[in-house]
Write a protein that binds this ligand. Structure first.
Ligand SMILES: Nc1ncnc2c1ncn2[C@@H]1O[C@H](COP(=O)(O)OP(=O)(O)OP(=O)(O)O)[C@@H](O)[C@H]1O
Length: 342
């Protein structure tokens, strides 16, 4: 939070540079700066020592300073740039499995730049764990887990705040209902994030999305006619490039017909916490750790070993062969034994 003390001794020029949206506040409050740009804010506001001015404006110096401070804090929060509000870690505190038995781990802390995979049989509760994190559960979900943010009890503001979402979620179903072209969709999204270079950002997102998707699509394509893989690729590129959320939750990227390794590389390029539920061995080993879910509970947490990391290289090679075969089969080619390459 910004305080009055933080701003009152800075010059107006310094404040305008630090908070580019502040001139808007001056305009709204008919505060003329003219030649006083290099004065300290507190000195500039001396004209409000005059009682007549205070009466005319119906605001005194202290009130004005306070409302300016609130405005700056709210704008920073809205823009997602409040440093002190940054998320450094989340911590999962144990709850119960599907049989109501207590989960056997003390607590599980996940920090910025960590990738954690969630593995376990179908229906074991992987999506439920992602759901708990998204909801910042406070013993109020079927698992009774609690999620701490920065080692503190999660603030319920994360559940409702639209300008400042804790998580960006990429889920299995990506159904668009709006009648927009890819360009219009991205434009709306970029504008709502107050991006300055909207055109540049849109170009970057479509370029990255097309690197992930098998079949290329255009900015003029209606989003409703994108294939499952294409819309997934679009959402991944959009999330990686536009989302300010500190946590990315991914529920299965394997079946989408996109280049999964590139997708993950794109997503983890930013300093974020990434949690990914997966059935795919290659993706599971790309994480720093993996959470094993059994019967709805966190059964084990395994740190990826050096040996596993080395094996990942072989898995990636095998995966490339399979992907290549998929592409060639799709293109109507005939596969031969030597195409397998090992
Ligand atoms: N600890 C728990 N206590 C009670 N219910 C649970 C618990 N964990 C999961 N469930 C419930 O079990 C069901 C299956 O869980 P979920 O959908 O998370 O499985 P999944 O591992 O993601 O499956 P899939 O691999 O098929 O996507 C859901 O209805 C979920 O709410």
């Amino acid at each position: 939070m910004i305080t009055v003390q933080d701003i009152q001794n800075q010059t107006i020029a310094e404040l305008f540079e630090q908070y580019p949206f502040l001139p808007g506040f001056f305009e709204e409050n008919t505060l003329q700066v003219n030649g006083q740009i290099d004065e300290k804010l507190i000195d500039y506001l001396k004209f409000l020592d005059d009682e007549e001015e205070v009466e005319n404006r119906a605001i005194d110096k202290d009130q004005l300073l306070l409302s300016m401070t609130t405005y700056i804090s709210q704008m920073l929060e809205f823009l997602g740039e409040d440093e002190e509000d940054g998320v450094h870690s989340i911590t999962i505190l144990p709850g119960t499995n599907k049989s109501g038995e207590a989960e056997q781990f003390g607590e599980l802390k996940i920090s910025k730049s960590e990738i954690v995979c969630i593995v376990g049989p179908t229906g074991s509760g992987k999506s439920r764990l992602l759901g708990d994190i998204e909801w910042v559960a406070q013993n109020d979900t079927p698992t009774s887990r609690t999620i701490l943010v920065n080692e503190e009890m999660g603030d319920k503001k994360w559940r409702v705040s639209s300008g400042h979402k804790l998580v960006a979620q990429l889920s299995q179903n990506m159904n668009f209902v709006m009648d927009l072209t890819v360009y219009e969709f991205l434009e709306l999204h970029a504008q709502s994030r107050l991006v300055e270079d909207v055109e540049g950002v849109i170009a970057k997102i479509i370029e990255e999305a097309n690197k992930l998707a098998g079949e290329k699509f255009e900015l003029t394509t209606p989003i409703t006619s994108l294939s499952g893989g294409q819309s997934r690729a679009l959402m991944i590129a959009d999330t990686a490039i536009l989302s300010k959320s500190p946590i990315i939750l991914i529920d299965e990227i394997e079946n989408a017909g996109i280049d999964r390794k590139k997708a993950l590389d794109l997503l983890i390029g930013e300093e974020k916490i990434v949690l990914m539920a997966t059935h795919d061995p290659m993706l599971a080993l790309m994480g720093d750790k993996r959470i094993v879910i059994k019967n709805g509970g966190i059964h084990k947490v395994i740190v990826t070993s050096d040996e596993e990391r080395k094996l990942l290289v072989d898995l990636e090679r095998m995966d490339a062969v399979v992907q290549n075969m998929r592409t060639r089969l799709r293109n109507g080619e005939i596969i031969k034994k030597e195409d397998i390459g090992f």
